[in-house]
Design a protein around this ligand. Sequence first.
Ligand code: DP6
Length: 347
Amino acid sequence: MTNKITWRSPSNIAIIKYWGKHGIQLPRNPSISFTLNHAFTEMTLEYRVKEQQDNRISLEFEFEERDKIEKFRQKMVAFLESQLPIFPFLIELDLKITSSNSFPHSAGIASSASSMSALALCLCSLENDYLGYHTEGGDFLQKASYLSRLASGSACRSVYPTMAVWGECNDVKGSSDLFAVGFESEIHEIFKSYHDDILIAATGEKSVSSRMGHGLMNDNPYASARYEQARTRMSRLIAALKAGDIETFGQICEDEAMTLHALMMTTSPWFTLLKPNTLKMIEILRGWRETTKVPAYFSLDAGPNLHLLYPDAFEPQVKELINNELKQYCENQRVIFDTVGQGAVKL
Ligand code: DP6
């Protein structure tokens, strides 16, 4: 008999960035992110007991980007093998994973946060179903977050609604380097309906992966000052999130985006993921904000796309700016309109 589990898990955008790690996927500094809504991965895991037992992971993988299937399948097999000490029963099963993303293939959006958290959630549900465990609620999400972290650091923040914090810090009770914790209840209402419009500056394959980028931080001469700075910013940001201080929020958000990219430019060998159109859009946004006083600020992931973050009340003005001035600098005029979301859901 074949059984089926499906999870939908979203992407997230970090405001304080995770950049630099040590040990087994442990962050050098705490990070915090907004969980997104429309940018998600939907993953179905089918399983049945192997007819003939052996000691290998048996995994079939289906994905819309055909040329990437084998590469992703191998990555997943390697991950599942590494998890055998926690999930030894995986070896007893024939597994089939079918995965699809809500955002277009070539949108240049990092999909590891949504896909790896979806995988972790499916595995935790599989453990419940197959072994008859009853892990639920907060414990279930914490376990899924822990497992997501092992697959991709930023993924551990995706399972929670609204906001999540990963990494031990004094300002957040229960925070840990091992898993993220939800951070919804303490933030001001205004942040719960924030928008994140993603302006697609370019969609090509990244020249340097996040994994390599984290590695290069080990020899970055500014690394220790950076980790200290992230902690200080985290404290200030948390106070701003609680108070509903959108200006301080926006300032820290932009400072972090630029710091992330400055760190890339100060490693050896240096690299940059920014494109001329990214800077062009930043310049336009800044000028427009000065004249209109609309509190829209940007963030950047490890890529050239601009994330425009702003409170719901300013949607009409920001849409006008995007349509009239920014869209022309996007590849094929592409923009993904997203908002803060409710976290992962089992379908
Ligand atoms: C720039 O989570 O992709 O998006 O742990 O090696 O999989 P791995 O790295 P990854 O790093 C993402 C870093 C970032 C900032 C962030 O999301 O905090």
